[in-house]
Design a binder for this molecule. Structure first.
Ligand SMILES: Cc1cc2nc3c(=O)[nH]c(=O)nc-3n(C[C@H](O)[C@H](O)[C@H](O)COP(=O)(O)OP(=O)(O)OC[C@H]3O[C@@H](n4cnc5c(N)ncnc54)[C@H](O)[C@@H]3O)c2cc1C
Ligand code: SF4
Length: 325
Protein backbone atom coordinates (compact mmCIF):
# COMPACT_ATOMS: atom_id res chain seq x y z
CA UNK A 1 0.00 0.00 0.00
CA UNK A 2 1.21 3.48 -0.86
CA UNK A 3 1.76 5.75 2.16
CA UNK A 4 -0.88 8.42 2.65
CA UNK A 5 -1.84 11.31 4.92
CA UNK A 6 -4.90 11.26 7.17
CA UNK A 7 -7.10 14.28 7.77
CA UNK A 8 -9.84 14.63 10.39
CA UNK A 9 -11.52 17.86 9.19
CA UNK A 10 -13.43 20.16 11.53
CA UNK A 11 -16.35 20.68 9.15
CA UNK A 12 -17.76 19.83 5.72
CA UNK A 13 -16.15 22.82 3.96
CA UNK A 14 -12.69 21.77 5.17
CA UNK A 15 -13.37 18.16 4.18
CA UNK A 16 -14.54 19.14 0.70
CA UNK A 17 -11.56 21.46 0.10
CA UNK A 18 -9.16 18.70 1.17
CA UNK A 19 -10.82 16.03 -0.96
CA UNK A 20 -10.98 18.33 -4.00
CA UNK A 21 -7.20 18.84 -3.98
CA UNK A 22 -5.15 16.35 -6.06
CA UNK A 23 -4.69 13.01 -4.26
CA UNK A 24 -7.57 13.65 -1.83
CA UNK A 25 -10.27 11.07 -1.13
CA UNK A 26 -13.11 10.83 1.38
CA UNK A 27 -13.31 7.84 3.68
CA UNK A 28 -16.47 6.93 5.61
CA UNK A 29 -16.81 3.36 6.94
CA UNK A 30 -13.70 2.39 4.99
CA UNK A 31 -15.04 -1.10 4.18
CA UNK A 32 -14.41 -0.74 0.44
CA UNK A 33 -11.77 1.96 0.18
CA UNK A 34 -9.32 0.34 2.63
CA UNK A 35 -9.40 -2.96 0.71
CA UNK A 36 -8.82 -1.15 -2.58
CA UNK A 37 -5.89 0.72 -1.04
CA UNK A 38 -4.38 -2.47 0.38
CA UNK A 39 -4.61 -4.04 -3.09
CA UNK A 40 -3.07 -0.91 -4.73
CA UNK A 41 -6.18 -0.46 -6.86
CA UNK A 42 -6.64 2.99 -5.33
CA UNK A 43 -3.76 5.08 -4.05
CA UNK A 44 -4.92 8.41 -2.60
CA UNK A 45 -2.15 10.48 -1.00
CA UNK A 46 -4.57 11.98 1.57
CA UNK A 47 -7.68 10.39 3.01
CA UNK A 48 -10.26 12.73 4.46
CA UNK A 49 -12.31 11.18 7.23
CA UNK A 50 -15.94 12.33 7.05
CA UNK A 51 -17.30 10.07 9.79
CA UNK A 52 -17.66 12.84 12.40
CA UNK A 53 -19.54 15.21 10.09
CA UNK A 54 -23.21 15.72 11.06
CA UNK A 55 -24.77 13.69 8.26
CA UNK A 56 -25.81 10.53 10.06
CA UNK A 57 -29.49 11.18 10.76
CA UNK A 58 -32.36 9.00 9.55
CA UNK A 59 -35.54 11.08 9.22
CA UNK A 60 -38.92 9.67 8.21
CA UNK A 61 -42.08 11.77 7.95
CA UNK A 62 -44.88 12.68 5.52
CA UNK A 63 -42.34 14.18 3.12
CA UNK A 64 -40.57 10.85 2.77
CA UNK A 65 -37.38 9.31 4.03
CA UNK A 66 -34.11 11.22 4.40
CA UNK A 67 -31.05 9.05 4.93
CA UNK A 68 -27.97 10.97 6.01
CA UNK A 69 -24.95 9.94 3.94
CA UNK A 70 -23.19 8.74 7.08
CA UNK A 71 -26.09 6.66 8.42
CA UNK A 72 -24.94 3.06 8.90
CA UNK A 73 -26.43 0.27 6.84
CA UNK A 74 -27.39 -1.60 10.01
CA UNK A 75 -29.16 1.41 11.56
CA UNK A 76 -31.16 2.09 8.39
CA UNK A 77 -32.15 -1.58 8.06
CA UNK A 78 -33.36 -1.64 11.69
CA UNK A 79 -35.29 1.64 11.56
CA UNK A 80 -39.02 0.97 12.19
CA UNK A 81 -40.24 3.47 9.55
CA UNK A 82 -37.92 1.97 6.93
CA UNK A 83 -39.15 -1.53 7.72
CA UNK A 84 -42.80 -0.45 7.64
CA UNK A 85 -42.96 2.06 4.78
CA UNK A 86 -39.94 1.09 2.61
CA UNK A 87 -39.44 -2.66 3.17
CA UNK A 88 -37.50 -3.00 -0.09
CA UNK A 89 -34.76 -0.82 1.42
CA UNK A 90 -34.52 -2.80 4.65
CA UNK A 91 -34.49 -6.09 2.73
CA UNK A 92 -31.80 -4.92 0.28
CA UNK A 93 -29.62 -3.85 3.19
CA UNK A 94 -30.08 -7.08 5.13
CA UNK A 95 -29.16 -9.02 1.99
CA UNK A 96 -25.87 -7.08 1.73
CA UNK A 97 -22.44 -7.99 3.09
CA UNK A 98 -22.38 -9.16 6.74
CA UNK A 99 -23.63 -7.75 10.08
CA UNK A 100 -20.10 -6.58 10.95
CA UNK A 101 -19.71 -4.76 7.63
CA UNK A 102 -23.19 -3.24 7.87
CA UNK A 103 -22.26 -1.83 11.29
CA UNK A 104 -19.41 0.09 9.63
CA UNK A 105 -20.61 0.88 6.12
CA UNK A 106 -22.52 4.04 5.27
CA UNK A 107 -25.19 5.15 2.80
CA UNK A 108 -22.84 7.43 0.82
CA UNK A 109 -20.03 4.88 0.72
CA UNK A 110 -22.45 2.21 -0.45
CA UNK A 111 -23.46 4.28 -3.50
CA UNK A 112 -19.78 4.70 -4.40
CA UNK A 113 -18.46 1.19 -3.79
CA UNK A 114 -16.47 -0.03 -6.78
CA UNK A 115 -17.21 -3.00 -9.00
CA UNK A 116 -16.35 -6.54 -7.90
CA UNK A 117 -15.01 -7.43 -11.39
CA UNK A 118 -12.00 -9.63 -10.52
CA UNK A 119 -9.80 -8.02 -13.16
CA UNK A 120 -10.47 -4.57 -11.73
CA UNK A 121 -9.40 -5.66 -8.25
CA UNK A 122 -6.25 -7.50 -9.36
CA UNK A 123 -3.52 -5.16 -10.57
CA UNK A 124 -1.86 -8.09 -12.35
CA UNK A 125 -4.42 -7.68 -15.15
CA UNK A 126 -5.17 -4.85 -17.56
CA UNK A 127 -8.48 -3.07 -16.95
CA UNK A 128 -9.93 -0.01 -18.68
CA UNK A 129 -11.67 1.10 -15.50
CA UNK A 130 -8.51 0.99 -13.37
CA UNK A 131 -6.02 1.88 -16.09
CA UNK A 132 -7.83 3.60 -19.02
CA UNK A 133 -6.83 2.30 -22.44
CA UNK A 134 -5.21 -0.90 -21.13
CA UNK A 135 -8.04 -3.17 -22.34
CA UNK A 136 -10.88 -5.24 -20.93
CA UNK A 137 -9.97 -8.90 -20.38
CA UNK A 138 -13.46 -9.61 -19.02
CA UNK A 139 -15.27 -9.26 -22.35
CA UNK A 140 -13.68 -12.47 -23.69
CA UNK A 141 -12.69 -13.84 -20.29
CA UNK A 142 -14.26 -14.51 -16.91
CA UNK A 143 -17.52 -12.59 -17.14
CA UNK A 144 -19.97 -14.83 -15.29
CA UNK A 145 -20.72 -12.13 -12.69
CA UNK A 146 -20.71 -9.21 -15.10
CA UNK A 147 -23.37 -7.11 -16.81
CA UNK A 148 -25.66 -7.99 -19.68
CA UNK A 149 -27.15 -4.48 -19.93
CA UNK A 150 -25.49 -1.09 -20.29
CA UNK A 151 -22.03 -2.37 -21.21
CA UNK A 152 -19.72 -1.05 -23.88
CA UNK A 153 -16.77 -2.46 -25.82
CA UNK A 154 -14.61 -0.94 -23.06
CA UNK A 155 -16.27 -2.30 -19.91
CA UNK A 156 -19.08 -4.63 -18.81
CA UNK A 157 -18.57 -4.38 -15.04
CA UNK A 158 -21.67 -4.76 -12.89
CA UNK A 159 -22.59 -2.16 -10.31
CA UNK A 160 -22.43 -4.12 -7.03
CA UNK A 161 -24.75 -2.25 -4.64
CA UNK A 162 -28.01 -3.87 -3.50
CA UNK A 163 -29.16 -0.72 -1.74
CA UNK A 164 -28.77 1.41 -4.87
CA UNK A 165 -31.11 -0.93 -6.76
CA UNK A 166 -33.85 -0.50 -4.14
CA UNK A 167 -33.32 3.26 -3.97
CA UNK A 168 -33.32 3.80 -7.73
CA UNK A 169 -36.65 1.95 -7.98
CA UNK A 170 -38.13 4.42 -5.47
CA UNK A 171 -37.04 7.59 -7.34
CA UNK A 172 -34.44 8.57 -4.75
CA UNK A 173 -32.50 11.83 -5.01
CA UNK A 174 -28.89 12.41 -3.97
CA UNK A 175 -28.06 15.63 -2.11
CA UNK A 176 -24.56 16.92 -2.80
CA UNK A 177 -22.34 19.62 -1.34
CA UNK A 178 -19.38 20.90 -3.33
CA UNK A 179 -16.49 23.33 -3.23
CA UNK A 180 -17.46 26.78 -1.93
CA UNK A 181 -20.64 25.42 -0.30
CA UNK A 182 -22.38 24.77 -3.65
CA UNK A 183 -25.34 22.45 -3.18
CA UNK A 184 -27.26 20.46 -5.77
CA UNK A 185 -29.61 17.51 -6.00
CA UNK A 186 -29.31 14.74 -8.59
CA UNK A 187 -31.75 11.90 -9.29
CA UNK A 188 -30.06 8.65 -8.26
CA UNK A 189 -31.02 7.27 -11.68
CA UNK A 190 -28.76 9.92 -13.24
CA UNK A 191 -26.01 9.70 -10.60
CA UNK A 192 -24.17 6.62 -11.93
CA UNK A 193 -22.84 6.77 -15.49
CA UNK A 194 -22.78 4.12 -18.16
CA UNK A 195 -19.19 3.08 -19.00
CA UNK A 196 -19.18 4.17 -22.67
CA UNK A 197 -15.59 4.91 -23.63
CA UNK A 198 -14.70 6.31 -20.18
CA UNK A 199 -15.45 3.47 -17.73
CA UNK A 200 -13.15 5.06 -15.16
CA UNK A 201 -15.72 7.87 -14.68
CA UNK A 202 -18.48 6.18 -12.71
CA UNK A 203 -20.66 9.03 -11.44
CA UNK A 204 -21.54 12.67 -12.09
CA UNK A 205 -19.67 13.76 -8.94
CA UNK A 206 -17.32 16.73 -9.28
CA UNK A 207 -13.92 16.68 -7.52
CA UNK A 208 -14.44 17.02 -3.77
CA UNK A 209 -18.23 16.77 -3.99
CA UNK A 210 -19.68 15.17 -0.87
CA UNK A 211 -22.89 13.15 -0.70
CA UNK A 212 -24.81 14.56 2.26
CA UNK A 213 -28.10 12.63 2.02
CA UNK A 214 -30.31 10.28 0.02
CA UNK A 215 -33.95 11.37 -0.12
CA UNK A 216 -36.75 8.91 -0.91
CA UNK A 217 -40.21 10.34 -1.72
CA UNK A 218 -43.21 8.69 -0.04
CA UNK A 219 -45.40 6.44 -2.17
CA UNK A 220 -48.05 3.80 -1.79
CA UNK A 221 -45.88 1.52 -3.94
CA UNK A 222 -42.94 1.79 -1.53
CA UNK A 223 -45.09 0.40 1.30
CA UNK A 224 -45.81 -2.71 -0.77
CA UNK A 225 -42.30 -3.57 -1.89
CA UNK A 226 -39.68 -6.30 -1.66
CA UNK A 227 -36.12 -7.15 -2.66
CA UNK A 228 -35.26 -10.56 -4.07
CA UNK A 229 -31.57 -11.43 -4.41
CA UNK A 230 -30.29 -14.52 -6.21
CA UNK A 231 -26.66 -15.38 -5.42
CA UNK A 232 -24.21 -18.27 -5.33
CA UNK A 233 -24.53 -18.68 -1.56
CA UNK A 234 -27.17 -17.55 0.88
CA UNK A 235 -25.17 -14.84 2.66
CA UNK A 236 -22.05 -12.70 2.34
CA UNK A 237 -22.27 -12.75 -1.45
CA UNK A 238 -22.99 -10.26 -4.23
CA UNK A 239 -26.02 -10.64 -6.51
CA UNK A 240 -26.05 -12.75 -9.63
CA UNK A 241 -29.41 -11.13 -10.26
CA UNK A 242 -31.66 -9.14 -7.94
CA UNK A 243 -35.02 -7.39 -8.22
CA UNK A 244 -36.46 -4.45 -6.32
CA UNK A 245 -40.22 -4.35 -6.89
CA UNK A 246 -42.77 -1.87 -5.51
CA UNK A 247 -46.43 -2.11 -6.48
CA UNK A 248 -49.50 -0.04 -5.75
CA UNK A 249 -52.50 -2.35 -6.09
CA UNK A 250 -56.21 -1.60 -6.53
CA UNK A 251 -57.78 -4.98 -5.95
CA UNK A 252 -56.00 -7.28 -8.38
CA UNK A 253 -55.04 -4.42 -10.71
CA UNK A 254 -51.57 -2.85 -10.70
CA UNK A 255 -52.10 0.90 -10.33
CA UNK A 256 -48.40 1.71 -10.18
CA UNK A 257 -45.15 -0.23 -10.50
CA UNK A 258 -41.55 0.71 -9.66
CA UNK A 259 -38.94 -1.83 -10.67
CA UNK A 260 -35.15 -1.97 -10.77
CA UNK A 261 -32.74 -4.86 -11.03
CA UNK A 262 -29.20 -5.55 -9.84
CA UNK A 263 -26.43 -7.88 -10.96
CA UNK A 264 -27.39 -7.30 -14.59
CA UNK A 265 -26.47 -3.70 -15.40
CA UNK A 266 -23.41 -1.50 -15.39
CA UNK A 267 -25.45 0.76 -13.12
CA UNK A 268 -28.51 0.08 -10.94
CA UNK A 269 -30.98 -0.86 -13.67
CA UNK A 270 -34.43 0.76 -13.67
CA UNK A 271 -36.99 -0.84 -15.99
CA UNK A 272 -39.46 1.86 -17.20
CA UNK A 273 -40.79 -0.26 -20.10
CA UNK A 274 -41.68 -3.08 -17.70
CA UNK A 275 -43.34 -0.62 -15.32
CA UNK A 276 -45.41 0.88 -18.17
CA UNK A 277 -46.45 -2.57 -19.38
CA UNK A 278 -47.69 -3.52 -15.90
CA UNK A 279 -49.64 -0.35 -15.06
CA UNK A 280 -53.36 -0.93 -15.36
CA UNK A 281 -52.93 -4.67 -15.86
CA UNK A 282 -54.23 -7.52 -13.73
CA UNK A 283 -51.65 -9.16 -11.50
CA UNK A 284 -51.51 -12.51 -13.30
CA UNK A 285 -48.62 -14.89 -14.04
CA UNK A 286 -49.18 -14.31 -17.78
CA UNK A 287 -48.89 -10.53 -17.45
CA UNK A 288 -45.80 -10.85 -15.23
CA UNK A 289 -44.11 -13.16 -17.75
CA UNK A 290 -44.93 -10.87 -20.68
CA UNK A 291 -43.59 -7.82 -18.83
CA UNK A 292 -40.44 -9.66 -17.76
CA UNK A 293 -39.72 -10.36 -21.43
CA UNK A 294 -39.33 -6.59 -21.90
CA UNK A 295 -36.75 -6.48 -19.08
CA UNK A 296 -34.11 -8.18 -21.19
CA UNK A 297 -34.61 -6.14 -24.38
CA UNK A 298 -31.19 -4.98 -25.53
CA UNK A 299 -29.34 -7.50 -23.36
CA UNK A 300 -25.84 -8.32 -24.64
CA UNK A 301 -24.52 -11.30 -22.68
CA UNK A 302 -20.82 -12.06 -23.09
CA UNK A 303 -20.68 -15.86 -22.86
CA UNK A 304 -20.31 -17.04 -19.28
CA UNK A 305 -23.07 -14.68 -18.16
CA UNK A 306 -25.61 -15.83 -20.82
CA UNK A 307 -27.61 -17.52 -18.04
CA UNK A 308 -28.52 -14.10 -16.64
CA UNK A 309 -30.97 -13.45 -19.49
CA UNK A 310 -33.30 -16.23 -18.29
CA UNK A 311 -32.47 -15.75 -14.62
CA UNK A 312 -33.33 -12.07 -14.81
CA UNK A 313 -36.80 -12.82 -16.17
CA UNK A 314 -37.48 -15.58 -13.65
CA UNK A 315 -36.30 -13.46 -10.75
CA UNK A 316 -38.53 -10.61 -11.80
CA UNK A 317 -41.61 -12.83 -12.22
CA UNK A 318 -41.04 -14.30 -8.77
CA UNK A 319 -40.56 -10.90 -7.15
CA UNK A 320 -43.70 -9.54 -8.83
CA UNK A 321 -45.73 -12.57 -7.74
CA UNK A 322 -44.54 -12.18 -4.15
CA UNK A 323 -45.29 -8.46 -3.91
CA UNK A 324 -48.67 -8.68 -5.64
CA UNK A 325 -49.91 -11.61 -3.52
C1 LIG B 1 -16.80 -8.92 2.01
C2 LIG B 1 -17.75 -7.85 1.53
C3 LIG B 1 -19.01 -8.22 1.09
C4 LIG B 1 -19.89 -7.24 0.63
N1 LIG B 1 -21.13 -7.62 0.18
C5 LIG B 1 -21.97 -6.66 -0.29
C6 LIG B 1 -23.26 -7.01 -0.80
O1 LIG B 1 -23.66 -8.18 -0.80
N2 LIG B 1 -24.05 -6.01 -1.26
C7 LIG B 1 -23.65 -4.69 -1.26
O2 LIG B 1 -24.42 -3.83 -1.69
N3 LIG B 1 -22.45 -4.34 -0.79
C8 LIG B 1 -21.60 -5.28 -0.31
N4 LIG B 1 -20.38 -4.94 0.14
C9 LIG B 1 -19.93 -3.56 -0.04
C10 LIG B 1 -20.26 -2.68 1.14
O3 LIG B 1 -21.65 -2.47 1.17
C11 LIG B 1 -19.49 -1.38 0.89
O4 LIG B 1 -18.13 -1.67 1.10
C12 LIG B 1 -19.94 -0.26 1.81
O5 LIG B 1 -21.30 0.04 1.62
C13 LIG B 1 -19.12 1.00 1.56
O6 LIG B 1 -19.46 1.95 2.54
P1 LIG B 1 -18.32 2.65 3.40
O7 LIG B 1 -18.96 3.68 4.23
O8 LIG B 1 -17.48 1.65 4.11
O9 LIG B 1 -17.48 3.33 2.22
P2 LIG B 1 -15.92 3.65 2.13
O10 LIG B 1 -15.16 2.40 1.90
O11 LIG B 1 -15.49 4.52 3.25
O12 LIG B 1 -15.91 4.54 0.81
C14 LIG B 1 -16.28 4.01 -0.44
C15 LIG B 1 -16.18 5.12 -1.47
O13 LIG B 1 -17.14 6.13 -1.22
C16 LIG B 1 -16.53 7.40 -1.08
N5 LIG B 1 -17.37 8.09 -0.08
C17 LIG B 1 -17.75 7.60 1.12
N6 LIG B 1 -18.65 8.41 1.69
C18 LIG B 1 -18.82 9.46 0.83
C19 LIG B 1 -19.63 10.63 0.83
N7 LIG B 1 -20.47 10.91 1.83
N8 LIG B 1 -19.56 11.47 -0.22
C20 LIG B 1 -18.73 11.23 -1.26
N9 LIG B 1 -17.92 10.14 -1.32
C21 LIG B 1 -17.99 9.26 -0.29
C22 LIG B 1 -15.11 7.13 -0.68
O14 LIG B 1 -14.23 8.16 -1.08
C23 LIG B 1 -14.83 5.85 -1.45
O15 LIG B 1 -14.49 6.15 -2.77
C24 LIG B 1 -19.49 -5.88 0.63
C25 LIG B 1 -18.23 -5.52 1.09
C26 LIG B 1 -17.36 -6.47 1.53
C27 LIG B 1 -16.00 -6.06 2.02
S1 SF4 C 1 -15.29 -5.26 -17.21
FE1 SF4 C 1 -14.62 -3.18 -16.68
S2 SF4 C 1 -13.78 -3.44 -14.63
FE2 SF4 C 1 -13.82 -5.50 -15.56
S3 SF4 C 1 -11.87 -5.76 -16.64
FE3 SF4 C 1 -13.26 -4.89 -18.11
S4 SF4 C 1 -12.86 -2.70 -17.95
FE4 SF4 C 1 -12.08 -3.62 -16.08
Amino acid sequence: MQSFGYLDPADADAAIAAAAAPGGKFIAGGTDLMQLMKDDVEAPTRIVDVEKLPYGAIEANGSGLRLGALARMSDVAAHPAVQRDYPVIAQALLASASPQLRNMATMGGNMLQRTRCHYFRDTGFPCNKRNPGSGCPAIHGENRLLAILGGSEHCIATHPSDLAVALVALDTSVELQGVGGARRTVALGDFHRLPGDTPQIETVLQPGELITALVVPPSAAARRSAYLKVRDRASFEFALVSAAVALEMQGNTIADARIAMGGVGTKPWRLPAVEAALRGQAATPENFTAAAGLAVEGAMPAGKNDFKVKLMQRTLVRALSTVAA
